[in-house]
Write a protein that binds this ligand. Structure first.
Ligand code: PGA
Length: 259
């Protein structure tokens, strides 16, 4: 069976509570048009519990889920301002780990991201692990592979299968300068040589409705991590519709009428 494409919405530090409900309810109400796409909404953590209660109850929808944008690796303790893996697990099924904005503004180290990855898996959360090179260079692919190697240290193959890897070139995030689908596909292909076949691989970085289909057409790319465009309901739904269409057209292309 074809695996459903996965579209992740990273709202970052955006939305009022009213906006959050409008976005989450808007996506939920469009689900009947998007039967072939899995979607994960990652709102600011203060909205997670409310959306889980009123808009996207955990486990109620098979293709719409909630995710946290970050969490602490420790099970509990004196970490003012942080949220634990068990807290996230009560209200969400996914968690973004090692986003470059956590690295840049929160000084998150590779070791901390690795600890979060282990903690997420231990708590039954699906981690969305961000990897990417800081700058465009001839050495980019090698840097990304090395980055991935450090981030997934100590994970078994069975655990790696549960991880969603998001290839996010740092230079493409929030800059309006996305990678080309050809370039993203090339890096994705190399990354997949280092991952079990079941591990899903996303592209992220300045994804907009007009370019989404180009990435989704690649057999190496299983979905998208969308930042800026994900807080605009119309744009986000258009991106999800492109994902759905790729599945439908792939199925139609392989369909043979029985004679
Ligand atoms: P962007 O963000 O789509 O705004 O570039 C992507 C991300 O933060 O993952």
């Amino acid at each position: 069976m074809t695996r459903l494409p996965l579209i992740v919405a990273n709202w970052k530090m955006n939305t009022s509570l009213a906006d959050a409900y409008l976005l989450a309810n808007g996506v939920r109400n469009a689900l009947h048009h998007l039967e072939h796409t899995e979607m994960v909404l990652c709102p600011p953590s203060v909205w997670l519990g409310l959306l889980a209660e009123h808009s996207v109850p955990p486990r109620q929808y098979s293709t719409l889920k909630l995710g946290a944008q970050n969490m602490h690796a420790a099970p509990a303790g004196s970490y003012t301002g942080e949220i634990s893996p068990a807290m996230v697990r009560e209200v969400a099924e996914y968690v973004i780990v090692g986003h470059s904005e956590r690295v840049r503004y929160g000084r998150e180290t590779v070791e901390q991201s690795n600890a979060k990855l282990h903690a997420a898996l231990a708590h039954g959360l699906t981690p969305i692990l961000c990897v990417g090179e800081p700058r465009k260079s001839k050495d980019s692919v090698r840097q990304v592979v090395q980055h991935l190697g450090h981030l997934v240290k100590g994970l078994s193959n069975a655990e790696l299968r549960e991880v969603v890897v998001a290839y996010e070139p740092v230079w493409a995030i929030g800059t309006g300068d996305p990678a080309t689908p050809e370039y993203a596909q090339e890096v994705a292909w190399v990354l997949k040589q280092h991952l079990p076949a079941e591990t899903r691989l996303l592209y992220g970085g300045s994804v907009e409705p007009g370019i989404a289909a180009g990435f989704l057409a690649s057999p190496q790319i299983d979905g998208l991590l969308v930042g800026g465009a994900s807080v605009n309901l119309k744009k986000f739904l258009t991106i999800c519709q492109h994902a759905d269409d790729t599945v439908v057209s792939a199925r139609t292309a392989t369909y043979r009428h029985p004679r």
